[in-house]
Write a protein that binds this ligand. Structure first.
Ligand code: MF3
Ligand code: CO
Ligand code: CO
Length: 276
């Protein structure tokens, strides 16, 4: 592993280790699928995920006691953000009900390496508006991923996501971004989900980072959740918010998604078939 301006370039060996952490991360999400039904609490989802990571995968849930530079250690093993919650929702006794949408965000540490991925789950039967927001946000993440190759710039990723989301009359949350990842949970660089093509850091093979756009059905503004728990974030206008996240490595020819497993949702049609 080599370092340049605080951005670590991962070696083939590092990437092999991150492939394992990434697969385990995605497998936690796969494992949760059948449980996320009306009536389950987000605490129950947290316990299922925690026990799976610790007991089945012999892995560490990175969020548990994580401080992110702030002073409030995160109290749970995953994040569960429901409806107008944008991100960092703390699992609680809240019961999921028919029609809710929930983002489950999982970060696994395996042999010292992190994998970070989140998906949206539809709880029971959801409205057309809720399903559309989840689908467009998924496609927005992939519009960003599609930009990744050596020589492209970080601004290309943000611009592609912003153009696509705003083209569907949604808005992009500004305050949170993707991030470098490796032996650290949140490394350099910051990966914004908005911006100007052709600007920002030039990508180079061996960089590993997340792309994790938060897209609101209404306005982009957010505020701290009324829970005052120091973590959860909601939309200011209480509109629905969705998010998807993958961990990506820049390869000599483009990108490879590290957070993949048997249950990974299919890529959008616009990605097409690529030579790997
Ligand atoms: N998994 C989140 C991310 O994608 C970070 C959660 S930090 C926590 O970056 F402490 F809330 F878990
Ligand atoms: Co992340
Ligand atoms: Co995450």
């Amino acid at each position: 592993m080599s370092t340049n301006k605080n951005i670590t370039i991962k070696s083939e060996q590092d990437i092999a280790a991150m492939r394992i952490a990434g697969r385990l991360t995605s497998e936690v999400l796969d494992y949760l699928v059948p449980f996320i039904k009306p009536g389950i609490t987000t605490n129950e989802i947290d316990k299922l995920a925690h026990d799976y990571m610790v007991n089945v995968q012999n892995a560490i849930p990175a969020p548990l006691n994580y401080t992110a530079g702030g002073d409030v250690p995160y109290p749970k093993s995953i994040c569960t953000s429901v409806n107008h919650q944008v991100c960092h929702g703390i699992p609680s006794d809240k019961v999921l009900k028919n029609g809710d949408i929930v983002n489950v965000d999982v970060t696994v540490i395996k042999d010292g390496w992190h994998g970070d991925s989140s998906r949206m789950f539809l709880v029971g039967e959801c409205s057309i508006a809720a399903k559309r927001l989840c689908q467009i946000t998924y496609e927005a993440m992939w519009k960003g991923i599609q930009q990744v190759k050596p020589g492209a710039r970080l601004g290309d990723i943000g611009a592609a996501i912003q153009k696509f989301a705003e083209g569907h009359s949604y808005s992009v949350v500004r305050e949170f971004c993707g991030h470098g990842i490796g032996q650290g949970f949140h490394e350099e660089p910051q990966v914004l989900h908005y911006g100007k093509a052709g600007t920002g850091l030039e990508l180079q093979a061996g960089m590993v980072f997340t792309i994790e756009p938060m897209i609101n059905a209404g306005k982009k503004d957010i505020k701290e959740g009324s829970e005052k728990d120091g973590w959860s974030i909601v939309t200011k206008d209480r509109s629905l918010s969705a998010q998807w996240e993958h961990t990506i490595v820049v390869t000599p020819t483009g990108y490879e998604v590290l957070t993949v497993s048997n249950g990974t949702p299919a890529v959008p049609a616009f990605i097409g078939i690529r030579a790997v």
